[in-house]
Write a protein that binds this ligand. Structure first.
Ligand code: NAD
Ligand code: UFG
Length: 350
């Protein structure tokens, strides 16, 4: 069976994707510095999968390392070759992801997200591994209206984090554009990944303070925070609150599997593809749904708009549907139920 290197594989999206890859029989090599995660996510994956495969351990190689150090990446390729499990492709999740942090610490973000990726590409070239799925973001888009965002929409990031994602896309596109390039590259532009695996064993486990709406919902529900502040009641949307495309992390993980199947069978190319549901949910709707599905109360009050926010970010996902043969299967109720299940079972994370 094929071997895949998953950078950042113990993190939120990475761990759910590793689970799906293992279920399909892939060998995985995970390179992670644990700057925002814990190796316990992999222990939990083993628990989930042990029921169907008692030898699942043999398919997982977890290596601590930092993509800022080229030698750490070389080490993984070296180990894979020694084990006779040549890495066929990389799924590149490793990155820092907080928009507000990126404004405070731009150099850290550029170094980690951009220089780290350049290191990765150099090592991949050296080891003749030229297939990569890259975690990009809907943050790359300029969004000024309430229209669905398709891949040909203008890109104009509005914070350092978004610029690092856009820059990596550009670097990868330049690599692909070279004459006789053998690289197969897919940049997946995620919309708002939330929820958790339905087992309640793995979920989002941020080590610092998470500013996104979903971890705040679960924190209020469990009593760690008294209420949610909604940023703005006067957005040009149907109820005045911001609208986003919340995608269940398991749908996202399955999107990676479909993208990997696509990547490995198609000719060398560069593609950017949205992974979203195409359905918008406002902050108020999200709170109401969470309350109803989980029978909990979420107090909230309104604050001014958050700097840099947009009214409406929802995917046109038709390209992913047609090219990858992928359709998201879970809805906002599933998101509310599964994420709450994870939080209840793990009030303090891993
Ligand atoms: P996460 O923080 O849970 O996972 C990222 C993982 O990368 C962590 O395990 C972290 O320890 C690791 N990592 C970070 N820097 C590293 C380095 N230099 N070397 C090795 N490992 C390193 O985040 P996530 O939500 O799973 O996001 C995964 C990817 O998807 C990130 O690149 C993120 O920018 C991107 N993305 C996330 C979202 C989102 O809302 N979650 C949206 C769009 C794009
Ligand atoms: N919001 C609140 N109160 C909060 C937090 C958020 O009202 O305490 C609102 C925001 O104003 C926005 C919506 O909830 O309308 C979603 O905000 P998030 O912070 O959860 O997510 P963003 O859409 O701002 O950004 C997220 C990630 C980015 C990623 C992007 C992709 O933080 O890294 O989704 O669309 F790139």
């Amino acid at each position: 069976m094929k071997s895949i290197l998953v950078t950042g594989g113990t993190g939120f999206i990475g761990s759910h994707t590793c689970l799906v890859l293992l279920e399909k029989g892939y060998n995985i090599f995970i390179l992670d510095s644990f700057i925002n995660s814990s190796s316990q996510s992999i222990e939990k994956i083993i628990l989930i999968l042990n029921e169907i495969d008692k030898d699942i351990n043999r398919k997982i190689h977890l290596i601590k390392g930092d993509i800022k150090n080229q030698s750490d990446i070389e080490n993984v390729f070296h180990i894979s070759n020694k084990l006779n499990k040549k890495i066929e492709a990389v799924i590149h999740f490793a990155g820092l992801k907080s928009v507000s942090d990126s404004v405070l610490n731009p150099i850290t973000y550029w170094e980690n997200n951009v220089s780290g990726t350049i290191n990765l590409c150099k090592v991949m070239e050296k080891y003749k591994c030229k297939n990569i799925l890259f975690s990009s973001s809907a943050t790359v888009y300029k969004s000024e209206s309430n229209k669905l965002l398709s891949e040909d929409n203008i890109c104009e990031p509005y914070n350092p984090y978004g610029y690092t994602k856009f820059t990596v896309e550009r670097i990868l596109s330049d690599i692909s554009n070279r004459e006789l390039s053998e690289w197969r590259i897919v940049c997946l532009r995620y919309f708002n990944p939330v929820g958790a695996h339905k087992s309640g064993y793995i979920g989002e486990n941020p080590l610092g303070k998470a500013n996104n709406i979903y971890p705040q919902l679960t924190r209020v529900a469990i009593g760690k925070q008294s209420k949610i502040y909604i940023f703005g009641s006067d957005w040009p949307t149907y109820d005045g609150t911001g609208v986003r495309d919340y995608i269940h992390v398991m749908d996202l993980a399955e999107g990676h599997l479909s993208a990997m199947n696509y990547l490995l069978k198609e000719k060398p190319q560069f593609k950017a593809i949205n992974l979203g549901t195409g359905i918008g949910t406002s902050v108020l709707e999200f709170i109401r749904t969470f309350e109803k599905v989980n029978n909990v109360e979420i107090p909230f009050s309104f604050r001014d708009r958050r700097k840099g926010d947009k009214a409406f970010l929802v995917a046109d996902n038709s390209l992913a549907k047609s090219l990858l043969n992928w359709t998201p299967k879970r809805n906002i109720e599933d998101i509310c139920r599964d994420g709450w299940n994870w939080q209840k079972n793990n009030p303090y994370g891993f």
